[in-house]
Unconditional design. Structure first.
Length: 323
C-alpha cells in the first residue's frame, strides 16, 4: 500500500539531502547576528532604504520607528520611510519622530485607489532611493534594528538578490500567549502550495513573511500582487528571475503581532491561493476559467468572492513606456 504520510528512518534523511530545497536551506540560511549594525555601516557599498507600509498602526509605529532611527544615525541605513494609509494618526506619530512619511494614495495616483499591502509596497518604490530596499511590517511588536540589518546583510555581502525573514511565531489569545501557533495562513495554505507546486521554495520557513530585503534592480523587474498575495508572488517571481541560490532567509528570532479571528484569515488565504494559481496558469500547468469564485461565510449564508490576483506592472516597464 502506498504511504501518504511523512517518510521515516535514516534512508529518508539521506534522500532528503538530494533535494534542492534542503541543500539551499543549509547554504543560504543565516542568523541576524552575522550582520550587526556596525558591520553594515562600515562595510556597505550600496545605499539602503527601509520602508514600513502602515495602515492604522498607531499602537506600534512609534516604537518601531524609534528602534530603526539609530541605524540612520550610524549610517547603516540611508533612508527610513513610512507609507501610510491610516485614520488613527499613524503617519503623524512617525513624522514627529523623524521618519519620512508619504500618503500611499499620493504615490502613483494614476493607478487609482490603493489596493492593499502589495500595492503600497509597489508605490513606495517611487520614493525609496536605496540600491537595496528593505520592507518591514509596521504591526510587529518585537521589531528591532536586527530586523533591518539581518535582512540587508546577505544582500550587501553574500551575493544574494533577495532575503526573507523567519522567526518563531507566538500565538496570543487574550492574556494567554503560546510559544508557537502563529502564522496560520503560512502553515495551512502557503506551505502546502509551495511543496506541491514549487518544491524548490519549500525550504523557506516563513514564505509569507512581510520582512524582506532585495536589490532594487530585482524589485523593479517584478510585478507586485496588490494584496496579501504579494509575499508568495514575489518569492516565486524572484526565484524565476534570479534562481534559488540568489535567495536567502534570515533568522530574526521572534515576531509577535496581533492575531485575527479565523474568519478574517479566509480572504488572506484566498489571496495567497490566487497568487499561486495565477502563476501556475501562466506557466501552463493549471488551466482555469477567468470567472472563478470562492464562497465565503457571510451573515449565516455564503457570499461569492472573485478568485483573482490583481497586479501592478514591473516598475522598469513603466520607464520603458515613458521613454
Amino acid at each position: 500500500m502506498e504511504r501518504c504520510g511523512p517518510p521515516e528512518g535514516d534512508g529518508a534523511e539521506a534522500r532528503s539531502d538530494d533535494l534542492p530545497a534542503v541543500r539551499w536551506h543549509r547554504r543560504r540560511t543565516y542568523g541576524h547576528a552575522a550582520f550587526p549594525a556596525q558591520r553594515i555601516a562600515a562595510e556597505k557599498r550600496s545605499s539602503v532604504s527601509v520602508c514600513l507600509p502602515a495602515r492604522d498602526e498607531a499602537a506600534t509605529i512609534g516604537r518601531n520607528v524609534e528602534q530603526l532611527l539609530p541605524l540612520l544615525e550610524l549610517g547603516a541605513i540611508d533612508q527610513l520611510v513610512v507609507v501610510d494609509d491610516s485614520h488613527d494618526g499613524t503617519g503623524a506619530i512617525a513624522r514627529a519622530l523623524g521618519a519620512e512619511v508619504y500618503d500611499q494614495s499620493a504615490l502613483r495616483p494614476e493607478f487609482g485607489p490603493v489596493d492593499g499591502k502589495g500595492d503600497a509596497m509597489w508605490r513606495a518604490l517611487s520614493v525609496l532611493s536605496g540600491d537595496v530596499v528593505c520592507f518591514l511590517d509596521a504591526d510587529s511588536e518585537d521589531l528591532g534594528p536586527h530586523f533591518a540589518c539581518g535582512l540587508v546583510g546577505p544582500v550587501l555581502f553574500e551575493g544574494v538578490e533577495l532575503a526573507k525573514g523567519f522567526y518563531r511565531r507566538p500565538f496570543r489569545i487574550g492574556d494567554v500567549t503560546l510559544a508557537e501557533g502563529g502564522g496560520r495562513v503560512s502553515e495551512l495554505m502557503a506551505r502546502p502550495l509551495l511543496n506541491a507546486f514549487y518544491p524548490e521554495l519549500a525550504g523557506f520557513l516563513q514564505p509569507l513573511a512581510g520582512e524582506v530585503a532585495a536589490r532594487r534592480g530585482l524589485l523593479e523587474q517584478l510585478p507586485f500582487a496588490t494584496g496579501y498575495g504579494v509575499e508568495v508572488a514575489m518569492l516565486i517571481d524572484a526565484w524565476r528571475s534570479v534562481g534559488l541560490d540568489r535567495l536567502a532567509q534570515v533568522d530574526l528570532d521572534v515576531r509577535q503581532n496581533r492575531h485575527r479571528p479565523l474568519r478574517d484569515l479566509v480572504p488572506m488565504s484566498v489571496a495567497v491561493l490566487a497568487a499561486v494559481t495565477a502563476r501556475l496558469v501562466r506557466e501552463g500547468r493549471l488551466p482555469l476559467a477567468t470567472d472563478r469564485v470562492f464562497l465565503l461565510p457571510f451573515h449565516g449564508g455564503v457570499a461569492p468572492q472573485t478568485l483573482e490576483c490583481l497586479e501592478r506592472p514591473p516598475v522598469a516597464s513603466l520607464r520603458a513606456v515613458v521613454g
